[in-house]
Design a protein around this ligand. Structure first.
Ligand code: NAP
Length: 606
């Protein structure tokens, strides 16, 4: 036994039995596994297209475009906006933003449900604060403030100029003669763009459970990402007076449910919360921004804070925790609580054992919080999550658990039935019990995709007519997730073969910087186009494999959810395993030393 192993607390000192907890987690996972896995969901399209319609902006007709821009940015969320902003700073004038939504904002355009707030501290989440001279009003800003910040960025960088909304790319075709992309859209456009940058988001298409009888329901129904304020009245701040005489069912208790449910609980005549798997619900502690603190901030503060947060939640060793919230506290705890967890010399199995113990302690704390807050013991028991902390996105709220103490709120545990059993004309059925309701609100999340490029919903024909999907028949091959040989001047933003983190906007920010630097270099060197060699992308693929860590065991032991393909154990496409901090260093070094590799000056070399 090593010294470090000796430092592992004895079971008697822990106050709980790890083996019993492990068994309980397995049991809870098994009773949730459904044989239909990912097929249990329906896309909010076709006959269910009603659920995905834009309730916020009227679609206006326009003539098809046949013009030419230097850069087309597909997606007006923070990824697209950051890229547009960095390109403007690099001197690019001809930039067209395009989005299926009626304005910029991405997820913050679509999601306007009551209670919507940032679940990451806004000082590290909301990008370009120093550049736009804005300080968020709250530590965790409300959604509408974040949406307005997206608009602020677009205005600040002149990104509305040439922008088109309510427009979806339907085809991208490379024209080798002119070295540009022909871009077709659902508006009949046939425009041209020298560069195309796709930032179409990873969780954007609303999904519905494939509940038998869903179409028979005669009451009102909508998805949280298209909140129907005409029906509920009120605003994202609450005041849903239209629900005062309504019996409402909310289906889903993920990050969205946690934020919306307290408002519906307060305003509806009766609320049934249809829960399948409870979320972990830790302390939120939101508060207004301290004006003195805001005034004391020195130039460069946001970058420093973002990097500090990223380092802590990625398990790096840092001297100071600038954010000090639930996210960083848990990461610190997992590193420090059990002596030895910091010891990088430990063998992987030993480290995993220590990680697991730290995880058990954290989740015990989360479960104890439920008992402290929820009055009814049976309801409290049903609200306790039995899985490892990162199996699902951790939740934070100081209002959610409290809502279950209200006499007009009923928790319906659907776990033993795999969710809602069916819907009738008048209500929702779970097992043999029917709950009559006037309204069903689906807080059931989004399809997990890795941009239209990977899913094939955005068909791309590269050089010599090869499609991207054909080229990727053995799986995606890219350089750093951004570019692929045979598809010049086409860039992808997202986690695939790149990096991931709980603050995904930080990842997008680094991606935007990287792409802008490459395009600026291409312009400076008068490159005909930007394209990685086959060798460079094979080298990157080999690197990903070499440093990869098989997390399929961890995922297999988790309760089903979007992280593990609903229990099918399929992990999301690989990211650079040493983590985002190391990856960003790698990219910076690559820009110093190897940028020229992707600049094709003379097309005969391709
Ligand atoms: P989600 O995490 O996918 O949650 C969907 C919920 O619906 C889960 O509780 C799921 O239960 C439940 N569900 C699905 N099918 C069901 C059925 N047939 N019967 C009963 N329940 C069913 O979706 P989300 O809450 O919208 O969050 C998605 C992601 O968006 C988050 O992870 C986060 O990344 C992001 N988000 C961020 C914020 C923020 O920053 N403010 C807010 C909201 C969301 P199971 O767990 O059993 O599958």
């Amino acid at each position: 036994m090593s010294d470090a192993t000796n430092r592992v607390p004895a079971v008697a000192d822990l106050g709980f039995d790890p083996a019993a907890l492990r068994e309980r987690y397995r049991h809870e996972r098994d009773r949730r596994i459904r044989p239909d896995g990912l097929d249990q969901y329906r896309r909010a399209a076709g006959e269910f297209g009603y659920y995905a319609k834009d309730p916020y902006t009227e679609r206006t007709e326009r003539e098809p475009l046949t013009d030419r821009v230097e850069v087309l940015v597909v997606g007006g969320g923070f990824g697209g906006l950051l890229t547009g902003a960095r390109l403007r700073e690099a001197g690019f004038e001809s930039i067209r933003m395009m989005d299926e939504a009626g304005d910029v904002g991405g997820t913050w355009y679509w999601n306007r449900y009551p209670g919507i707030h940032c679940d990451i501290e806004s000082y590290v989440y909301m990008p370009l604060l120093e550049e736009t001279g804005y300080v968020p009003t709250m530590r965790y800003a409300p959604g509408e403030e974040i949406r307005q910040h997206a608009v602020r960025i677009a205005e600040h960088y002149g990104l509305y100029r040439d922008a088109v909304f309510h427009t979806r790319v339907t085809e991208l075709t490379w024209d080798d003669d002119t070295a540009e992309w022909l871009v077709r859209t659902d508006r009949g456009d046939a425009m041209r763009a020298r560069y195309v940058i796709v930032s179409s988001g990873t969780l954007s298409q609303p999904k519905l459970p494939g509940i038998p009888g869903i179409e028979d329901f005669r009451g009102h129904t909508f998805h949280t990402s298209r909140w129907d304020y005409d029906y509920t009245d009120g605003t994202p701040d609450g005041g849903l007076t239209g629900l005062a005489d309504k019996r409402v069912a909310v289906v889903g208790t993920g990050a969205t449910g946690l934020q919306a449910i307290p408002h519906v609980a307060r305003d509806a005549a009766h609320l049934y919360v249809m829960q399948r798997t409870p979320s972990s619900v830790d302390v939120r502690d939101n508060r207004p921004t301290d004006p003195e603190w805001a005034a004391s901030l020195k130039p460069g503060w946001q970058k420093e804070r973002m990097e500090n947060f990223l380092a802590i939640v990625s398990g790096e060793d840092v001297e100071e925790d600038l954010t000090q919230d639930g996210w960083t506290a848990t990461s610190q705890l997992q590193r420090q609580m059990i002596s030895g967890a910091l010891d990088t010399t430990l063998d992987p199995a030993e480290r995993e054992r220590l990680d697991e113990l730290a995880d058990f302690v954290k989740m015990n704390e989360i479960r104890a919080r439920v008992d402290e807050i929820v009055d009814d013991p049976a309801t409290a028991e049903a609200l306790k999550p039995w899985y490892r902390y990162m199996c699902k996105r951790p939740g934070f709220s100081d209002l959610y658990l409290q809502a279950f103490n209200r006499p007009n709120v009923t928790l319906v545990d659907t776990a033993d039935h795999g969710g809602i059993t069916r819907m009738t004309e008048t209500g929702v059925v779970v097992g043999d019990s029917e709950y009559e309701v006037d309204c069903v609100i689906f807080a059931t999340g989004f399809e997990v995709g890795v941009s239209g490029l990977v899913s094939g919903t955005l068909p791309v024909q590269g050089r010599a007519g090869h499609t991207l999907l054909e080229t990727w028949h053995r799986g995606p091959r890219t350089l750093h997730g951004f570019t692929t040989h045979g598809f010049p001047n086409l860039f992808n933003l997202g986690s695939m073969q790149n990096a991931n983190a709980v603050n995904f906007v930080h990842i997008l920010s680094e991606q935007a910087n990287h792409i802008a630097a490459i395009l600026a270099a291409a312009r400076k060197e008068s490159a005909r186009y930007v394209e990685p060699t086959r060798e460079a992308q094979e080298e990157w693929y080999d690197t990903l494999v070499a440093v990869g860590r098989d997390n399929s065991k961890f995922l297999a032991e988790c309760t089903p959810g979007y992280n593990n393909g609903e229990g099918t154990r399929k992990a999301s496409p690989g990211t650079y395993n040493p983590g985002p901090v190391a990856f960003h260093e790698l990219l910076a070094e690559w820009r110093e030393r190897r940028m020229a590799d992707v600049l094709v000056i003379d097309s005969t070399t391709s």
